[in-house]
Each structure stands twice: as structure tokens, then as C-alpha cells.
Design a protein around this ligand. Structure first.
Ligand code: NAP
Length: 293
């Protein structure tokens, strides 16, 4: 039976790794802060001492890391994956990064004699727990097929976007750019409703009954009404995704008027201390931005 490595046990990674272990796979985990490995070793995982050790020991190693800097450090660092990958073993990076980062890692894996797949995910903490994520993959097709039993324990749907690494990253940034825009518009709508003396619950009911109904408004609506934002998708990661999407638009000559404004709003929310709260907390800086009459 194939052995799987898992690097990065944050909000998403710890739940995804747990699903692999519960499915009976042989899993070795690693996290920068090693204490986060304990709940997984309690479930039966082995603990690796470095990304290098994990990538050398496992047939396929998954990574779920914060951002491009983290993905690069874990791969290219002194005890990184690059030092352990090879011999046809697979590396699947599921972190949300830009296409350049994905391609640089893909090329280095290939030079080392390994196989690479990018596989960013759509879905948040609950789908990670439930094993209902959506994988947006591109890269080595054989690795995609070989890893499918594991991907199917962590997700409900997987797309193979072709062998051109970077297309998974681009797809993910497009999706999150739309989501960030929806969240900012939602926050503004709820703020305007409050100033108008409308009931927030009734606004949510109206939205839910019409063509704009969606699970995100339903779930985040509760957070907005209670003004409590426990992180499911940390705001700092949405701000990173908007930054990367705006940079992609710049590179490709695609104007992104809304996304650029939304990106600035999230930047402000991050600076205002909401980085580690859920991205729905962007509504708080929108609400607090009082205008003088
Ligand atoms: P998270 O809870 O912030 O976890 C981030 C992980 O990255 C932790 O394991 C952290 O290690 C590690 N890390 C950060 N910097 C590192 C570095 N320099 N070297 C080594 N490890 C480093 O994030 P998350 O919510 O699980 O998200 C992970 C990725 O998935 C992000 O790219 C995010 O954009 C994407 N994503 C998230 C969601 C969501 O809803 N949460 C949904 C879809 C996609 P420590 O524990 O040591 O800090």
C-alpha cells in the first residue's frame, strides 16, 4: 500500500491529514510547530523530523502551507522536500500560491527525478473535516491518477486541468477573487441595511429566498449578525489571494477594478488586527468606516 506524507497541519491540513489516517492509509506528518503533529500521531500517524525525511520516506507527499513564502521554504529550505524527493516519488502541493511558485517547484521536482501535481482546494474548514473539498489540479497525470484514492478521501470532486502547472493556481485565484468580492459587497450591504434601520435577519432571509442565495451568505451572515469571527478561512489568506490575483491581472493585462478595491479593503482589515479572524471580519472595517455629514 502507498505511503503518504503530509506537510502543514494548519486549519485545513490537520483535517485533511486526519481523513487520510482514518481511511486507513499509512501517513507520516510534519509541521513547522511540531506540537500540531500530536493529534495526528494520536490517530496513528508517524511523525517526520523534516520535510526532507517525509519526502524521502513516502511514495506521495502532500503539502498544505500558508502562502508562496511557506511553500518555497518547505520545498527549497535546507531540510526541504527538494533534498528528499526523487526516484519517481510524488509531491502534491495543495497550498494556494501563484503560478510562478507552482512552476518553480514543479521544475525542481522534475530535476530531482520526482513527479509533481499542484492541487489547490476550493472549500474551507468544514469541507476539510467532512472530506468534501474540490481539488483544482494540474501537472503530472500519472501522479494525479495514483493519488486519486487519497484525494477522494479528502474531497468530493477533483478536476484535472491539464499538464501545464500554474493553471491550478490561476483557477484557485480566480475563484477566491470572486469570493473576496462577494464578501466585501455582502459586508457593505449589511452595513447599509443596519444604517437604514433594517433587520439583518430579514436581509438574510430576502437574500436566501432569491437568485443570490448561496451557502457563503448563509454561513457568514450568522457571523456578521453576532459580530464573532472564529477563523474558518483566515482573513490574512484571503488578502494574500487577492494580492496574487491582482498581480496576475497586472501580468496578463486584465483590468480588475473591483478586485483592486476589495484587495485594499482586506489590506486595511489585516492592518486593523483581523488577520487571524475569519475573512468575514472584513465587514468590521467596512462598518466602522464612518463618513462625516
Ligand atoms: P493556517 O491554518 O494558517 O496554516 C498554515 C500552515 O502553514 C501551518 O501548518 C503553518 O505552520 C505553515 N507555515 C506557515 N509558514 C510556514 C513556513 N515559513 N514554513 C513552514 N510552514 C509554514 O492555514 P490554512 O487555513 O490551513 O490554509 C492553508 C492553505 O490553504 C493556504 O494557502 C490557504 O490560502 C489555503 N486554503 C485555506 C482555506 C481555508 O478555508 N482555511 C480554504 C482553501 C484554501 P505553523 O503551524 O508552524 O504555523
Amino acid at each position: 500500500m502507498a505511503t503518504y506524507g503530509f506537510l502543514g497541519l494548519g486549519i485545513m491540513g490537520r483535517n485533511m491529514a486526519a481523513n487520510l489516517i482514518k481511511a486507513g492509509f499509512d501517513v507520516m506528518v510534519w509541521n513547522r510547530s511540531p506540537g500540531k503533529c500530536t493529534p495526528l500521531t494520536d490517530l496513528g500517524a508517524r511523525q517526520g523530523s523534516s520535510p526532507r525525511e517525509v519526502a524521502a520516506a513516502c511514495d506521495i507527499t502532500f503539502a498544505m502551507l500558508a502562502d508562496p513564502a511557506a511553500a518555497q521554504e518547505v520545498f527549497f529550505g535546507p531540510e526541504g522536500v527538494q533534498k528528499g524527493i526523487g526516484g519517481g516519488r510524488g509531491y502534491i502541493d495543495m497550498s494556494t500560491v501563484d503560478d510562478h511558485t507552482a512552476r518553480s517547484i514543479a521544475e525542481a521536482v522534475s530535476v530531482c527525478g520526482g513527479r509533481f501535481l499542484e492541487a489547490p482546494v476550493s472549500g474551507t474548514k468544514k469541507p476539510a473535516e467532512d472530506g468534501t473539498l474540490i481539488f483544482l489540479t494540474a501537472g503530472n497525470r500519472d501522479l494525479y491518477e495514483t493519488a486519486s484514492p487519497a484525494l477522494d478521501k479528502m474531497g468530493k470532486k477533483r478536476l484535472y486541468l491539464g499538464d501545464e502547472v500554474g493553471q491550478g493556481a490561476r483557477m484557485k485565484l480566480v475563484v477566491n477573487m470572486i469570493m473576496g468580492g462577494m464578501m466585501a459587497a455582502f459586508g457593505e450591504g449589511m452595513a447599509l441595511a443596519e444604517k437604514s434601520g433594517l433587520s439583518g435577519e430579514q436581509v438574510l432571509d430576502v437574500l436566501d429566498a432569491g437568485a443570490m442565495a448561496n451557502p457563503m451568505f448563509r454561513i457568514k451572515g450568522g457571523m456578521l449578525l453576532q459580530r464573532e469571527f472564529p477563523a474558518s478561512f483566515p482573513l490574512k489568506h484571503m488578502q494574500k489571494d487577492l494580492r496574487l490575483a491582482v498581480a496576475l491581472g497586472d501580468e496578463l493585462g486584465q483590468p480588475l477594478y473591483c478586485a483592486a478595491a476589495v484587495s485594499e479593503t482586506f489590506k486595511r482589515a489585516r492592518a486593523a488586527g483581523y488577520a487571524d479572524q475569519d475573512f468575514a471580519a472584513v465587514s468590521q472595517v467596512i462598518q466602522s468606516n464612518e463618513m462625516q455629514h
